[in-house]
Design a protein around this ligand. Sequence first.
Ligand code: HEM
Length: 530
Amino acid sequence: MTDVASKGPAEGQGSDDRPVLTNRQGHQVYDNQNQRTVGARGPATLENYQFLEKISHFDRERIPERVVHARGVTTYGFFESYGRWGDEPISRFTRAKVFAEQGKRTDVAVRFSTVIGGRDSSEAARDPRGFAVKFYTEDGNWDLVGNNLAVFFIRDAIKFPDVIHALKPDPVSHEQKPARIFDFMSQTPECMHMLVNLFSPRGIPADYRHMQGFGVNTYKWVNAEGETVLVKYHWLPKQGVHSMTEEDAAAVQAHDLGHATKDLYEAIRRGEFPEWELVVQMMSDDEHPELDFDPLDDTKVWPEQEFPPKPVGRMVLDRVPDNYFAENEQASFGTGVLVDGLDFSDDKMLVGRTFSYSDTQRHRVGPNYLQLPVNRAKHASVATNQRDGQMAYDNSHGGENPEVNYEPSITGGLREGHYPTHDEQGPVIEGRLTRKRLPRTNDYLQAGQRYQLMQAWEKDDLVANFVTLISQAARPVQERMVWHFLLVDNELGLRVGEGLGIQPGEVAHLRPLASQDLTEEDHRRLANLG
Ligand code: HEM
């Protein structure tokens, strides 16, 4: 038998004034080395509460990782509004208080991430990077959940599970396979713009400090008169934009899978606080028939000459978290999290995303994920009739009559807030229920312009990456990809075709896909293929 009284701190383990280990019930643990057994050689007993608590909690330490963006890092800082651009107050366009005055600061939490790999995967992978910002405003939280690339693969949320299945490891051998990726992409012409970005050096940012962020989807701003404009958000790093080639990335991940997290932590700890400027592009809230793309299409950028980016504020990250699990794994961002003055557009990706985030978080973190410190609206008061559920712990009623957890009531309880000045806003929309793609898909033009803007070394890198990966796909997939690239930009198509041993004449017989609309320019190019 162990003599309890004779036990002191083990040799080399410090003095007696350290806090004593307990279990979660507050019971002191006087032996953390041996479980309770009948005699020194066992058997173990079932009422061994301390041991069972310890092991069973450990068994549940992991929550499901995010279905996408599993690897990431959260840091904290502030957003500071410029209040105006030029002579115009930002409040002319949005009544959101976060932009109200010059110099106004709002606390933020920012999570950077990769998309496809699991929780411990490489941060040097070719993959979009997540750039999710939570603004803790006095009107409640605002999440701006973006990526480092300005466009996305698809324009309708119903395709998201497909594109992610193609990009993730296959369900049989769990290998990520270029053959599957390009099989899907070859049948999805709207992804061309994203592909010329992702497979260029921009597809592997050097780290999280040296990359841009884009809201990607189209949102709305609403002013005090209820007038709306369409907006896109962009974060521009003061540190500059740096990227890696395949070779750079291979060298980095040969010795470190988490170089970007490390870089961010170390910079902040050194006092080198990374900073981004927030700029917005704006257009009037209508269909813009004069444009060759639809403003609700997230596979498109808005040309800067026509829609000049306007700086609205800056963001500085100056603090790292104390607890990776509580502040990163449990952090929950979503596109539905908007405050007064900011609104959704009818962008079909955005509305789909808005359902998906809180749905997955109720599953991944639990129904009370909004009670956790990193997620709760810490600068707004929360008073709700929501009750109970797994892990409910805060008394969020906030009123004088907590037993009245319903509304309306004559005896007390919570009342409704004041109606916003203009609840009815935006253009009148009419249409029959249907399932149709957006008009003006124009899948190739901007992809081609992006290629034409690249420097020679970037073009070389893009072509080499395409050839290496697409050569692993089936021959019909290779031919279809060359066909697409010839429509994106003749030179790109010829170069990838040459790398794959496919002449334009060999793909001239391919007909457009049923899922696509071609422009006159596309038809002209097709006619010249043979
Ligand atoms: C994370 C769905 C498109 C940026 C996620 C998660 C889901 C999801 C389920 C995991 C969230 C969690 O577990 O907390 C979707 C759907 C999309 C879509 C259904 C298309 C319809 C996009 C786009 C962007 C984006 C276009 C970029 C603009 C992000 C980011 C995260 C994320 C940054 C990580 C947030 C964090 O750090 O916790 N998405 N997503 N997603 N998504 Fe999307």
